[in-house]
Design a protein around this ligand. Structure first.
Ligand SMILES: NC(=O)c1ccc[n+]([C@@H]2O[C@H](COP(=O)([O-])OP(=O)(O)OC[C@H]3O[C@@H](n4cnc5c(N)ncnc54)[C@H](O)[C@@H]3O)[C@@H](O)[C@H]2O)c1
Length: 355
């Protein structure tokens, strides 16, 4: 994020962290990325030096005294984030915007203890930040218009595509991904063989299989987010018992590719327990798509975004939903899932090349 801000906005960026070693690690990472860009000829030596000069580090938040825009990306924990914003508010100017990169927490709650909650806005990037074009901009209950407008201008200057989202748990992309991963992991927990559950979504042409995504996100983070979502919507978001077991055992990998085909890591397999109600690939796919159609409709009903195309854009630019399928809602319409689940289509005939 620091590098993106320095590169696109050409402004000084200061990173803080808990101690000097962490600050140095962050700075070294940003500087190494700049060296890589220089080695590839994407920036010349002079530009590389200037970029490096723009990014500095500090262990104290006093460094934010003259900042226009502060973005927090500390641990995904409400108390820690509230504490960090309280510290930052002591230091910054009245007109400084406070942005949060939270993936799932309530921005309204995060801002609630501040003197000026109206200057807090959600600013949610997708990993890898340099590559993924989406930015979910979250309007919290008290976010005022100048703050929101500033967030959109900053997003545009960073060359991201910004989508306005309501302050609802996990916003758009993570809500849909968590719902769909919950269905696939539960199908596994109930007895579906690993390869069947993992292959079931292949016909959609997603960038990676569900268990690959789970491994990339990291079991601990995926588990944490599924718990947050289960708390918010207990009937629809599951917490996988097997995922819980491997997180408690401290495992970071779920499957290996040692044999040439993906299979569950033998140490993880020992921990796993399965029921005796296996599904076929088609049944897993049907279950996951049904869940996606239901959740998408609920997000529209709740006003998380203004219209179905916002959800399409989010999934295309933030989750790698295949462009050739024209977005998630045209796909659900074309395949008949929307009608089956919600009794209606998301988009009228003719939109997004729908027949
Ligand atoms: N990892 C992702 O793919 C991703 C994507 C989008 C958003 N996010 C969000 O970004 C945030 C950070 O996620 P992460 O994966 O980088 O976490 P992380 O644990 O890797 O990094 C958090 C950093 O915050 C620092 N920190 C903790 N308390 C601090 C404090 N009081 N003051 C200053 N620094 C402090 C930690 O030392 C650490 O360097 C979370 O809110 C997460 O939801 C992460």
């Amino acid at each position: 994020m620091a590098l993106l801000f320095a590169q696109r906005l050409q402004v000084p960026v200061v990173m803080t962290d808990l101690d000097q070693a962490r600050v140095d690690k962050g700075l070294a990472y940003a500087h190494a990325e700049i060296d890589k860009m220089a080695a590839k000829g994407r920036v010349n030596g002079d530009k590389a030096n200037r970029l490096k000069g723009l990014i500095t580090g500090s262990v104290t938040k006093e460094a934010f005294a003259d900042a226009d825009f502060v973005i927090e990306a500390v641990f995904e924990d409400m108390k820690v984030k509230q504490q960090v914003f309280a510290e930052v508010e002591q230091v910054v100017r009245e007109d400084c915007v406070l942005a949060t990169n939270t993936s799932s927490l309530s921005v309204t709650e995060m801002a609630s203890g501040l003197k000026h909650p109206e200057r807090v806005v959600g600013f949610h990037f997708f990993n890898p930040v340099a590559v993924m074009p989406l930015l979910e901009i979250v309007r919290a209950e008290q976010t005022d218009d100048p703050t929101l407008a500033t967030a959109f201008v900053v997003g545009k200057s960073l060359k991201k595509s910004s989508v306005l989202v309501k302050d609802a748990p996990a916003f758009v992309v993570n809500r849909l991904l968590t719902r769909f991963l919950g269905e696939v992991t539960t199908a596994y927990d109930e007895g579906t063989p690993f390869e069947v559950a993992d292959r079931a979504l292949d016909p959609l042409g997603l960038p990676m299989s569900p268990f690959t995504l789970l491994q990339l996100v990291g079991p601990a983070v995926a588990y944490h987010v599924s718990e947050t979502m289960h708390e918010a919507y207990p009937d629809r978001f599951y917490v996988s018992a097997n995922l819980k077991k491997i997180v408690e055992a401290g495992k970071t990998a779920i499957w290996t590719y040692d044999s040439g085909t993906p299979e569950i890591d033998p140490e993880v397999a020992e921990l796993f327990e399965q029921g005796d109600a296996p599904l076929s690939e088609e049944q897993v796919r049907d279950r996951a798509l049904t869940a996606l159609a239901q959740e998408t409709q609920l997000m529209l009903d709740e006003g998380v975004v203004a219209e179905a195309q916002d959800i399409d854009l989010c999934m295309l630019l933030g989750a790698g939903w295949p462009f050739h399928l024209g977005g998630i809602t045209p796909y659900l319409d074309r395949s008949g899932v929307s009608e089956k689940v919600n009794g209606k289509r998301f988009l009228p005939a003719g939109v997004a090349s729908l027949p």
